[in-house]
Design a protein around this ligand. Sequence first.
Ligand SMILES: [Zn+2]
Length: 318
Amino acid sequence: MVYTKRKIRKGPIIGLIVIIVLIALLITGFCLYKHFTSNEYKLAKVGYSEDEIATLLKMDNKVIDKALTTDYNKHLIPLASQKYFMWKNFKTYTSYINKLLEQSNKIDYEKVVRDVNVKRNYDFYTHTEKTDMDKGNAILVNKYHALPEKYAPKDIVSVSNWYCYGTAMIKNEVYEAFKNMFNAAKKEDITLIINSGYRTYEAQKAVYDTYKETNGEEEADAFAARPDFSEHQTGLALDVITYGASGDNFDTTEAFKWLQKNAHKYGFILRYPKGKEDITGYSYESWHYRYLGTNLATKVKKSNLTYDEYYAYYLDKD
Ligand SMILES: [Zn+2]
């Protein structure tokens, strides 16, 4: 009796222990499985530190995937954290960084991303391409983006000498926009005067060649655009001044202040701002305005970016 009783009692206990052990094993197995298949574990295997992993896991899935599928890259996180980071430029950012590291061990990632986005990792007039003419009024023309050879726009009209010094020509749409802007400024006793508008390929070439012959290519590039690389050849750019001001002191005038506040409402942006010379490739030109249309000009103005950067980031996306 006693023997049997004990036997009966032991059975369920052993059974229970077995079940508990099995559950424990299952839980452990599950935890181990979860651990070894977790992104934390995999990222650590690739070589990322605890801090980096914590940052990575808060980032976009695409960044995590990149980290998981490529060799350890200490530049990945700081690069991908930049506002204007673009995946299509990722390889170029990295090779540019390696080039910069030969000169200095401090890397400004914001500048790296900006430079590569606008091709400033290359010297001006190198790695040039034909600009995408399908962009219409939004075309980018700079020292990397050329117009089609000997480009001459349609719809070029002569500007009435009511609005300009000497003679000037401009695209019709730009002329209409300028007249609206002129009238609005006039109401506030400000007179905007067109000092230069459309320049033909030949005219631009003559200006550039004269500089080149007298001062050499480097000097010429500092002061004039090469033909097919000038915004004035698009018919979309205007040099604007006012009474009593030349280009040099235009930014001290009320007219300039008015343009700063209002030009975008009529479709124009200041194309070569102060402090952005290294991006635009041009000295600060308080008088040079580029027509983009009201919508785009307003967006560019709000972005606080040069048009070169804005175009690269928002309009040239793959
Ligand atoms: Zn100009």
